[in-house]
Design a protein around this ligand. Structure first.
Ligand SMILES: [Zn+2]
Length: 767
């Protein structure tokens, strides 16, 4: 389908096509024909095929029409029993939870509307899905297990009867259907009399008319009004393009306004504080909409720029991808909006493939997924490699779902024991049974031409043992039987022993069970040959079990992979991390360290500190020399090499010795990581001491340059630590809990002691 002027254009185009061209395009009725891999419009279900299908399946129970005919509606309409169908309703009805009695929203489709114009269904289902889930939860929450099962059974029966009844025009079926509908209605009636929350609030309800209504719009109950443009459903605008724009209209202004409210506090806020404000108070207003709608292109980028500007308040010091990493990996956990959105989309797929069986929007989503790359696969689509995925004509939300899924690759598949899913293994697009790399070059084209896209189709021709070389040869146009046998062998070799046995059983009459859960798949971030310490380790995860935090962090890595590749964990890696050691990120901010000290430690590790070596590059008038010696003032010189640090480091050594530990530059810069709970107090204190030492270096340098205050690092350190201890002592004394003070601060009496309610500083602090 060509995209002419967006959604409304496409919709009208489809409706117009349906009215005139169906008969012509159905001229070739004997087989599935005219299919092309790249697929513009083609007719998948010519009338001849319908007839054949109906004869073959007459009277069959448990038939899932959707498997055979994605265009279920079209199927029913084209079977020439319009009159009967109309008795139920003039056009298609979609309700938020498949019943006519309860609350929520219903969409009424005109007869001219076909499911190919899925734009609208998607619009409504996606937009309201978050709320709908809530509503459905509410709806089933108070129902007993029995009622729920009864509802489901009845609904299933109705669907089957509708399908069979409509397709055959069987009067008996239609009557049974009526009575089943009545049974369901009364059951629900009982249920909903007890459930006031689920009733329709007619004052707040609106109805959206979609498609063409030749005889005017139907009368709605309770003076409910029709709208043509769109409506607001639980906080989100749904409808045509203009209406949906309203959702994002003032987003930038709103975010700016929120950011503005915090600006005054910015200079006093640590990076942690800024992240907190941005993630939880600013960006969070977007989550609701981003989870169910696709924002206009460019908007997320603009918002992200604002996030970064607030975070840095001026100069951008650290590669932005690093900022988005979790704190324990050297980032600040700052929100990356595109990654959050991608994670929402993966969660959508997760729910689609592995969520509860009675997921309300699943059928609609299936209809849309069938259109991806013209494969007409729904769940099985996710067994193919998405690098081949084509998005033509897909609604924007689903385009973004497909793109998000392509950020990951399927790393490992457990050999499925399900016959149903084995038969639905795709044969193209990099799926497990895509043998194109080893097969004759024309095989793929032949598979597409004959729509032999699932193992099921191969088995239908070649038999469950996959040996019918002659039949396969004639289907795929392979002249030599030997060559056809070669192709079959490729497929056989891809199957495990168990799978071949499952196929044998199928040959013996075992029926596939469509209720089998989707095969377990393990995904891994698709980093496309990029590598580096910040991209490792790329861990695989199970789709069914993965949590949203893992998903988000992996999306961050994939979407920022260029900035993160071949980058060291810290600028100190070459000097201190030769044996693979990494900074102990998680202790840098541990109390009793102040957040500001944490920020300094983090900046030193990333080389993000204002020093003369850097300033001189930006301004030729500034010397790159250390204010204390003749060395070049780099971050390494300032925090580990400068001669003036000897005094301070000697004090550090003394303190570490007091704790029976050894001081090293690595521990000093990387932070003192510890695992043992028992030694927790000791390391907590050592961390504090190291952090304060870095702060003392920073402060004394500043004092030296401004020629005010103390410029001797060790004495600044003493002063600061004494000051902190006095404050803490005062606090715990007032709280009458000096025991607690001693636990935290008096470990081995290295820093201080408490005797008779008085604080005494120990040697390192007296100097
Ligand atoms: Zn120096």
């Amino acid at each position: 389908m060509k995209d002419k002027g967006g959604k409304t254009g496409r919709l009208e185009e489809t409706v117009a096509d349906t009215d005139t061209s169906d008969c012509e395009s159905m001229s070739d009725g004997s087989e599935l024909s005219g299919t092309t891999p790249d697929g513009q419009d083609f007719d998948l279900y010519p009338p001849g095929l319908f007839k054949k299908f109906l004869t073959q399946t007459k009277g069959m129970k448990g038939l899932d029409l959707g498997t055979y005919f994605p265009d279920r509606l079209c199927f029913i309409r084209d079977c020439g029993i319009e009159a009967d169908w109309e008795k139920e309703w003039e056009g298609q009805v979609l309700l938020s939870h498949n019943t006519t009695l309860s609350g929520g929203v219903g969409l009424l489709f005109s007869r001219g509307f076909t499911p190919s114009s899925l734009e609208v269904e998607h619009v409504w289902w996606d937009r309201g899905k978050v709320e709908m889930q809530l509503l459905c939860q509410q709806y089933t929450l108070n129902a007993t297990q029995d009622t729920r099962r009864s509802i489901k059974d009845l609904e299933m029966e109705i669907v089957e009867l509708e399908a069979i009844g409509s397709s055959t025009g069987d009067r008996g079926c239609i009557e049974t259907l009526q009575s089943k509908k009545m049974a369901l209605a009364s059951l629900l009636d009982i249920l909903f009399n007890r459930l006031s929350a689920a009733r329709v609030n007619w004052q707040k309800s609106e109805a959206l008319a979609v498609g063409r209504w030749t005889n005017g719009l139907p009368v709605l109950p309770q003076d409910l009004a029709w709208r043509r443009d769109g409506l607001k459903y639980l906080g989100v605008f749904i409808g045509d393009e203009e209406t949906e724009k309203k959702n994002w209209l003032d987003t930038l202004e709103k975010v700016d306004g929120k950011i503005q409210k915090w600006k005054w506090l910015l200079p006093r806020m640590s990076y942690r504080g800024r992240t907190l404000v941005l993630n939880n108070l600013v960006a969070s207003v977007l989550w609701h909409r981003l989870s169910c709608m696709e924002p206009p292109s460019g908007l997320l980028g603009q918002l992200q720029t604002r996030v970064l500007a607030f975070f840095w308040d001026g100069m951008l010091w650290v590669q932005q991808g690093v900022l988005y990493l979790p704190r324990e990996e050297g980032g600040q956990g700052l929100i990356h909006l595109a990654s959050r959105t991608a994670a929402f989309r993966i969660q959508f797929v997760q729910r689609f493939l592995t969520g509860p069986a009675d997921l309300m929007w699943r059928d609609v989503a299936r209809c849309v997924f069938r259109r991806v790359s013209n494969l007409w696969l729904d769940d099985a689509l996710f067994l193919t490699d998405f690098k081949f995925a084509k998005l033509n004509g897909l609604p924007p939300f689903y385009q973004s779902v497909v793109k998000a899924w392509a950020l990951f690759k399927v790393e490992k598949r457990t050999s499925s024991e399900s016959l149903y899913w084995l038969l639905r293994e795709p044969t193209v697009h990099g799926a497990r049974l895509d043998v194109s790399a080893e097969a004759p070059p024309r095989l793929t084209a032949a598979l597409w031409r004959t729509r032999t896209l699932l193992l099921q189709h191969v088995v239908a021709v070649a038999g469950p043992d996959l040996t019918g070389a002659e039949a396969v040869g004639s289907l795929l146009g392979i002249r030599s039987t030997q060559a056809a046998e070669g192709v079959l062998r490729l497929w056989r070799n891809r199957l495990s022993t168990i799978e071949r046995r499952i196929l044998e059983d199928y040959g013996q009459g075992t029926e596939p069970d469509s209720e089998d859960p989707f095969p377990e798949i393990r995904l891994v971030a698709h980093l496309r040959n990029l590598d580096g310490p910040l991209l490792r380790p790329a861990k695989t995860f199970s789709l069914v079990a993965v949590d949203k935090k893992t998903l988000y962090n992996d999306c961050v890595r994939v979407l920022n992979r260029r900035g993160l590749s071949n980058r060291n964990t810290s600028v100190w890696a070459d000097r201190l991390g030769g044996d693979g050691a990494r900074p102990c990120w998680r202790v840098l901010y541990k109390p009793p360290l102040k957040k500001r000290t944490g920020d300094l430690q983090w900046r030193i590790l990333h080389g993000a500190v204002t020093l003369n070596a850097l300033l001189s590059r930006m301004n030729a008038a500034v010397s790159d020399q250390c204010p204390f010696c003749s060395g070049r003032e780099t971050v390494f010189h300032t925090y580990s090499e400068c001669e003036r640090l000897t005094v301070l480091f000697n004090v550090m050594k003394g303190v570490f010795n007091g704790f029976k530990e050894t001081f090293s530059i690595r521990t000093f810069i990387f932070g003192a990581g510890y695992n043992s709970k028992a030694a927790c107090n000791k390391w907590q204190l050592l961390n504090f001491i190291c952090g304060e030492a870095k702060m003392a270096i920073y402060v004394s340098r500043k004092n030296k340059i401004s020629k005010t205050g103390d410029s001797e690092a060790a004495s600044v350190w003493r002063c600061n630590v004494r000051c902190r201890l006095t404050l803490e002592f005062g606090f715990y004394k007032m709280m009458n809990d000096l025991g607690k003070f001693q636990d935290i601060w008096c470990h081995k009496n290295v820093l201080c002691t408490v005797t008779e309610d008085l604080l005494h500083f120990a040697h390192p602090l007296v100097g």
